[in-house]
Design a protein. Structure first.
Length: 158
């Protein structure tokens, strides 16, 4: 069985707004007949909006591939063996992003989520394999990964 999980976008926050802006600018240039300026704007917009990182797990071959999906189409990554990992764990994450305006006012956004990691031989979380917003969903997924990959669950790291 192959499990494919989208982990996160490469660029978040203001970059998404920039991608949307570039998309509308590129579309406007193309509608007005300026193809030479519109196409580069659309290419940058597609890169900003559709590129993300993910993980693909082949449970039959006991392999994992971390990848970047460029433009949402081209998947680039390398397969590694699951034998170098000894378990899975759940980590509570808090990501804060701060943006400053031209008048030096700051706006902060905080995202809280749970991430399931593969644990290396040194008992450290090494490779994220799933992101969840709710604790119950994360715990259910943790149990599923433990069964699918035939590796133990380590205690929750706060």
């Amino acid at each position: 069985m192959i499990i494919d999980n989208k982990i996160e976008r490469i660029l978040t926050g203001p970059s998404i707004f920039l991608g949307i802006t570039f998309f509308f600018l590129g579309s406007a240039f193309i509608i007005n007949g300026d193809w030479m300026l519109g196409i580069p704007f659309l290419l940058v917009a597609c890169f900003l909006l559709f590129t993300f990182s993910g993980v693909e797990i082949n449970t039959d071959k006991q392999q994992i591939k971390t990848y970047y999906k460029i433009f949402g189409l081209i998947k680039r990554g390398k397969w590694i063996s699951l034998n170098k990992f000894k378990g899975v764990t759940l980590v509570h994450m808090k990501k804060t992003q701060t943006t400053f305006s031209r008048s030096n006012r700051q706006t902060s956004t905080t995202n809280k989520y749970f991430q399931i990691y593969l644990v290396n031989k040194a008992n450290k979380p090494e490779l994220p394999i799933k992101r969840c917003k709710v604790l119950e969903e994360a715990q259910n997924n943790l149990d599923e990964f433990s069964i699918w990959l035939k590796i133990p669950v380590f205690s929750i790291i706060e």
